[in-house]
Design a protein around this ligand. Sequence first.
Ligand SMILES: [Fe+2]
Length: 212
Amino acid sequence: MSDHYPFTLNPLPYKPNDLEPYIESETIILHHQVLQQRYVDNLNIALSRYPQYQDWSLKALVAYSDTFPPVLKNDIQKYAGGIFNHDIYFNSMKPGGSTPTTETLQQINQYFGSFENLKKGIKLSALSVFGSGYTWLICNGACQLQLINTANQDTPPLTIVSPLLNLDMWEHSYYLQYKTSKEQYVDNWMKVVDWNKTCDLLSCVNKRTNIQ
Ligand SMILES: [Fe+2]
């Protein structure tokens, strides 16, 4: 993706069928090439009327969306948020998933007690999303692992926290394959997660102070 307007769709970090059988290619293609592309197109349309924001990065648009004129703010939150959130979602998964390394496990054990507890916590959080939204694993303001939920295409406050991975609980993420069985979707999503995303004090601070 270009770093500013006009934005383009980031390619997937794997082929659409690489996550099968857990996430089928039909779902991935619809989700990425159709739905995320729509967010890209709509963001470009919204920004085409505001040249003063056309050199802003996606992350800056998301992080400072509260500062935009009201007529633009809603579009930025929906469309820039939709692109940002989906980039995190698609990069949270990798073919075959991963096993936490010793360093990752140390952090997981410190904040959740065990890897099993983290997975239980993610599942509980994801199933508690009402309507459309996401469950996130983030580094919070103290650079500690934490689970949070967001609604719609809202994004965690990027000037305070650093997102590590997320689970898209919008119906379009699972309905084609799993129909109403959100639980099965969440269980199978766990099998393709790249768990090795940890909090690092230096990168936590850098990520928040270098949003441009
Ligand atoms: Fe989605």
